[in-house]
Design a protein around this ligand. Structure first.
Ligand SMILES: Nc1nc2c(c(=O)[nH]1)N[C@@H](CN(C=O)c1ccc(C(=O)N[C@@H](CCC(=O)O)C(=O)O)cc1)CN2
Length: 300
């Protein structure tokens, strides 16, 4: 079998279009402009790129974008004060603190200081609990993007066998929860899982989120399975020229694509959906804050 490529870049564009439509209606019918504040601490080059991209896309869909760039030595007290101000700003409906944070800052403390209603990353402990109990919550962007692609590809994923490789709070655990909420039979595998290859071979859906370049080879994939690759690993690529690099996922693309029914590429798969879902979450948060009907198809 040669897999169908699930085009995350194109799908993300359709999500952004839907978001832009809702933003227009909020403005026209209610005189409300959704606002997103992104906080970056330090100068991590990848984070700078992501934050720039978030700001640009926020403006493109018609929302208000506020960026706070703080230097790497910012104290916890100053960061918490900024978050408190944003929590109390009526023009801000979504707050995101770009991760990773510099080592002297307590990530859990910072995330849990964001108002759960404005936590468009879905990382606050209240949102984690709500998602875990199947209640209305803010849903982490990367897993939400994966779920949207799976629903779009399959229609329904109810009853399917899903394996999530990776148990991070940001991707693995919420992804497993979302699959379970959609009635999949879910296994969370990780670095200590015994007979990982056999576990993965049983799966109709494989979500790879381990952060290890090309860790999943094609012969782990059941014929016709759907493979969602969350990994973004930058490797040296001397074959492309001196000092050149390339991005690869957590699965070995060519060999997995030869067996899978469908697969997401890296780049151009899950990555673009992350920011599209952040915009979707901001509109959802804005509607909830104003007691308005939520946009359909933009959340779990
Ligand atoms: N507060 C958060 N921090 C981080 C998150 C997050 O969801 N919330 N996720 C990642 C980084 N991230 C967004 O912040 C992100 C990663 C990758 C992409 C993306 O579009 N990737 C492209 C490739 C980009 C490249 O060339 O480097 C792709 O896969 O096609 C978007 C957003 C960690 N931090």
């Amino acid at each position: 079998m040669t897999a169908q490529i699930i085009d995350g870049k194109a799908f993300a564009a359709t999500v952004r279009e839907k978001v832009a439509g809702h933003v227009q209606r909020l403005k026209a019918d209610h005189d409300i402009t959704p606002g997103l504040a992104v906080v970056l601490v330090g100068e991590d080059p990848a984070s700078q790129v992501y934050v720039r991209s978030k700001g640009k896309q926020t403006v493109e869909v018609g929302m208000k974008s506020v960026e706070h760039k703080l230097d790497a030595g910012t104290s916890e007290a100053d960061l918490l004060k900024l978050i408190d101000d944003l929590n109390n700003d009526p023009e801000i409906h979504g707050i995101l603190v770009q991760l990773p944070l510099p080592g002297h800052l307590d990530e859990d403390l910072v995330i849990n200081s964001i108002s759960p209603a404005k936590d468009v990353d879905g990382f606050h402990i209240s949102n984690v609990g709500l998602l875990g109990t199947g209640q209305k919550s803010m849903v982490p962007c990367t897993p939400l993007g994966c779920l949207m692609m799976l629903r779009d590809h399959h229609g329904s994923i109810s009853g399917m066998d899903a394996v999530v490789i990776g148990r991070s709070n940001i991707v693995g655990k919420p992804m497993a929860q979302l699959l379970l909420n959609d009635s999949c039979t879910v296994t969370i595998a990780h670095s200590r899982t015994k007979d990982l290859a056999d576990v993965v071979r049983r799966a109709d859906i494989v979500v790879a989120a381990v952060g290890r370049p090309e860790m999943v080879p094609g012969d782990w994939i059941k014929e016709g399975a759907t493979v969602i690759d969350v990994g973004i690993n930058r490797l040296d690529a001397p074959e492309k020229g001196e000092g050149k690099t390339k991005l690869v996922g957590d699965v070995h693309f060519e060999s997995c694509a030869a067996r899978a029914g469908a697969i997401t590429p890296v780049p151009g798969g899950v990555g673009p959906m992350t920011i599209a879902c952040l915009l979707a979450n901001t509109v959802t948060a804005c509607c909830r804050a104003n007691g308005l009907e939520e946009p359909e198809g933009l959340t779990a």
